[in-house]
Design a protein around this ligand. Structure first.
Ligand code: AOF
Ligand code: ZN
Length: 361
C-alpha cells in the first residue's frame, strides 16, 4: 500500500508532467503543499524562465502555508538563476517540513538546497519516489552534467525487423496510436536528427503534428551539403529552425545557408560528420535532447560513436519479408552476438495494435 507521503509525491509528479515540452532546458518539477491532511496549494514549473514549482504552489495556497508540509519532485534550488532561490520562499513562508523526490544535479544546487533548509531547522526528507522523479528528468540530468544532448534513437519496424517493404514503401509500418506517440515525443525533445540519405529518399518535414506542440530543431547530417534546395526541410527553413551539419564549406553549403538553414561545420571522421563533435556543438547552442530518426547508416554510426542514450523501438506485429527490405541499423554491425549492445531498464508499452519497447544503453 502507498503511504501518504508517496501519494502526495505522486500528485506532485503528475503536476510536474504538465511542464513537458515547455520547460527545456530546465527540469519538469511539481509541488504540493499539505496542511492538516488537506492539499492547500499546488503548482508546477510551467515554462523556462517562469516561476519554479514551489513558488507557484505557494502563490496558489488557499490559506497560510505556515507550518505546512511541502512536497516537491526536485530539491528546492538555492541559487539565483532566471528566478530567485526557492529556499528563500520556503523559509519566508515558514513551511514546517519538506519532502523531496530527488536531489538536483545542477552543481549550483546539488544538496546545498536541502542543507540550507536543514540548517534553518526545517526537517527535510529526500528520496521519495526517487526513481520516478529521476526518470522524469533524464534529459535534464544528462544535459546539466554533460552539456551534450540526450539522444534517443527511434525506429519503427515489422515483427521481422523491416522498416520498409523491398519496394521502399513504408507508409505506414505502425498504426495511428504509435505514430501519435512519436509526435508527442517530438514535441518534448529539442531536436530531431536524420541523415541526408533519408532527406533524399523520403523528403520528410519532421515537424510535430499535435495541437499546441512545439517543433523541434531539425538537424541533417550532411557532410558534403547534398541536401536539395527544393526539399520540404529547406522550403520551410525560414519558419522552422533547420541545422545542416557539414564537414566542408562549399557552394552548396552557402546556398543552403542563404535559404535559411543554420550551417554547422564539424570535424570529419571516415569522411562523415564526427558525431561527437556535432553533439558538443549542438549542446553549446542549448540543445538538450535529440530524437534520432534514421536512416540506418546514421543510426549505427551514432551507436558506434557512443552518443545514443536511449532506444525506442516501435514494433508492428506483422510480417513483410524481403532480403532487400531495409532494417533499422546499417553499418558493418558487430561481429559476434557477445558484442551486441544490451539495453537496460527495458519497458514494453502496448500502443493500439503495436508495441513500444524502450531501454537505455
Ligand atoms: C526548483 N524548482 O521548479 C525548478 C528548479 O533559471 P532558473 O531560475 O529557472 O533556474 C534553473 C535551475 O533551477 C535548473 O537548472 C535547476 O537546477 C533548478 N530548477 N528548481 O527548485 C523548480 N525548475
Ligand atoms: Zn527553485
Amino acid at each position: 500500500m502507498q503511504n501518504q507521503t508517496e501519494t502526495y509525491m505522486r500528485r506532485a509528479l503528475e503536476l510536474a508532467k504538465r511542464g513537458a515540452g515547455h520547460v527545456s532546458p530546465n527540469p519538469m518539477v511539481g509541488c504540493v503543499i499539505v496542511k492538516d491532511g488537506r492539499i492547500i496549494g499546488e503548482g508546477w514549473h510551467e515554462y523556462c524562465g517562469g516561476l519554479h514549482a514551489e513558488r507557484n504552489a505557494l502563490k496558489n495556497c488557499t490559506e497560510d502555508p505556515a507550518g505546512a508540509d511541502l512536497y516537491v519532485t526536485l530539491e528546492p534550488c538555492c541559487h539565483w538563476g532566471r528566478t530567485p532561490p526557492c529556499t528563500d520562499a520556503i523559509l519566508e513562508k515558514r513551511i514546517g517540513r519538506v519532502f523531496v523526490g530527488c536531489l538536483d544535479a545542477n552543481p549550483l544546487v546539488a544538496g546545498k538546497g536541502a542543507q540550507i533548509l536543514r540548517d534553518a531547522g526545517i526537517p527535510v526528507e529526500t528520496g521519495i519516489c526517487e526513481d520516478e522523479c529521476r526518470r522524469l528528468n533524464e534529459v535534464f540530468f544528462h544535459y546539466i552534467t554533460n552539456k551534450t544532448p540526450y539522444v534517443v534513437l527511434k525506429y519503427a519496424m515489422t515483427l521481422d525487423g523491416k522498416i520498409a517493404a523491398y519496394t521502399g514503401d513504408s507508409r505506414w509500418v505502425t498504426g495511428e496510436a504509435a505514430r501519435r506517440h512519436v509526435h508527442e515525443t517530438r514535441a518534448q525533445l529539442s531536436g530531431i536528427m536524420v541523415g541526408v540519405g533519408t532527406v533524399l529518399t523520403d523528403d520528410p518535414l519532421l515537424t510535430c503534428r499535435i495541437e499546441g506542440g512545439r517543433n523541434p530543431y531539425r538537424i541533417i547530417c550532411d557532410s558534403h551539403a547534398r541536401t536539395p534546395l527544393d526539399c520540404q526541410l529547406i522550403r520551410t527553413a525560414h519558419e522552422i529552425d533547420t541545422v545542416i551539419a557539414v564537414t566542408e564549406w562549399n557552394e552548396r553549403a552557402a546556398a543552403l545557408k542563404k535559404a535559411g538553414a543554420h550551417l554547422v561545420l564539424c570535424q570529419a571522421k571516415n569522411d562523415k560528420v564526427d558525431l561527437t563533435d556535432l553533439m558538443h556543438q549542438l549542446g553549446a547552442h542549448g540543445l538538450d535532447s535529440i530524437l534520432l530518426e534514421g536512416g540506418a547508416e546514421l543510426a549505427f554510426a551514432a551507436l558506434e560513436a557512443g552518443i545514443v542514450h536511449k532506444v525506442q523501438a516501435y514494433i508492428a506485429p506483422k510480417l513483410i519479408g524481403g532480403a532487400a527490405a531495409k532494417t533499422p541499423l546499417g553499418g558493418t554491425g558487430f561481429a559476434k552476438m557477445a558484442d551486441a549492445m544490451p539495453l537496460k531498464n527495458v519497458t514494453v508499452t502496448p500502443l493500439g495494435e503495436d508495441f513500444l519497447i524502450e531501454g537505455v544503453l
